[in-house]
Design a protein around this ligand. Structure first.
Ligand code: COA
Ligand code: ZN
Length: 321
């Protein structure tokens, strides 16, 4: 297996996860989770979104969240924006990096941001100008890159056209999002084989949802094709309010655990991450999809059953200690 030595993970839980929570999560609890993620050493966190407060009410405290978080040197604080209005709000709030959104399918783009793809691309051009003036970096995400819950297959030519339009307006970082977990590893490989050589110099991120249990296999496929940036959500929170059937992102602590087990570095303190996931579970008040908070890390050991322990001590039985 061809694996990178190190990958960069962005925790999108405070945005992709909290945005769909039906119960209001108080600002101070959102801030607590973001601060814990910072302390765990996350190199990037998508802390909130600057979208219409009536459309996504859970994110209506975006400015307050940004104002209250404790910033750690070494963590980039990003926020999702759909248009220039959001970009101005985010830049004024001190966001380090804007994450823009457009879908690869018309119907999801209309459902999500009430614009055609062409209209979105015009807004994103304005976002780029706001970002350039404010001196903040931009990463451009493309929802439904691997399939749309309304339209099904998304032609690769269509995805390529949108990537091309974003690159033409100056995008240097592109996120391919599998919004409702429709991708499979072969498809991820095929898409990257086509896009990576055509858009050299682009920093690619894979944004996965584990709706059909293929998020980590898809990440493995992407790593084999040279991708080293991944989005993930603490506890496996996540889901798009405007994509039926959407469920959580790949779980950050599960992904970090698996990467560390394979010797791939993340710079993240896994124990602190697990403690944060447990805290998030308490905050949202339901069992989260993450596996490691239930199973423990790979090196967890259980006490031997009595009879087995006695037999192991007998002479002639191989030492297993
Ligand atoms: N933040 C706050 N208000 C915004 C805004 C933003 N980023 N963008 C637009 N608005 C306001 C406008 O100022 C206008 O206000 P007014 O009625 O007081 O004049 C109003 O919203 C309508 O503006 P318009 O451009 O017509 O927006 P819209 O109603 O078509 O909504 C979006 C478009 C993009 C703002 C909205 O669909 C949205 O916020 N979508 C986000 C979806 C999302 O977060 N999905 C999950 C993550 S992928
Ligand atoms: Zn998502």
């Amino acid at each position: 297996m061809k694996l990178p030595e190190r990958v960069t993970i962005c925790d999108v839980g405070p945005r992709d996860g909290f945005q769909i929570d039906p119960d209001w999560i108080p600002t101070e609890l959102k801030v607590e989770v973001i601060d814990r993620l910072s302390e765990a050493g996350l190199p990037r966190i998508e802390v909130t979104s600057f979208v219409h407060p009536k459309v996504v009410p859970q994110m209506r405290d975006a400015e307050a969240v940004m104002a209250r978080i404790r910033r750690r040197a070494g963590t980039v604080y990003a926020a999702l924006v759909p248009n220039d209005k959001g970009a101005v709000r985010a830049a004024d709030a001190g966001v380090d990096e804007l994450h823009t959104v457009v879908s690869a399918s018309e119907s999801h783009n209309l459902a999500n941001v009430n614009m055609t793809i062409a209209e979105s691309l015009e807004k994103l051009r304005a976002v780029m100008q706001v970002a350039a003036r404010a001196g903040v970096r931009v990463g451009c995400g493309i929802s439904t890159s691997f399939g749309c819950p309304f339209e099904g297959d998304v032609p690769l030519e269509q995805l390529e056209r949108i990537v091309g339009a974003l690159v033409d307006m100056g995008a240097r970082a592109i996120g391919l999002a599998d919004t409702t977990g429709m991708a499979n590893p072969r498809q991820v490989g095929r898409v990257l084989e086509r896009l990576v050589p055509r858009f050299s110099g682009v920093e690619w991120t894979l944004h996965t949802h584990d709706t059909r249990a293929l998020a980590i296999p898809n990440i493995l496929a992407a790593m084999e094709h040279g991708v080293t940036h991944f989005d993930a959500s603490i506890g496996g929170l996540g889901g798009c309010p405007f994509a039926p059937g959407a469920s959580g992102n790949v779980c950050t602590e599960d992904l970090v655990h698996g990467l560390h087990a394979m010797g791939v570095e993340t710079g993240i303190d896994l124990d602190r991450l697990i403690a944060t996931a447990n805290r998030v579970e308490a905050i949202v008040g339901r069992t989260l999809p993450g596996q490691i908070i239930k199973a423990g890390k790979w090196d967890r050991r259980y006490p031997l059953p009595d009879g087995v322990a006695a037999r192991l001590r007998r002479p002639g039985v191989p030492d297993v200690s």
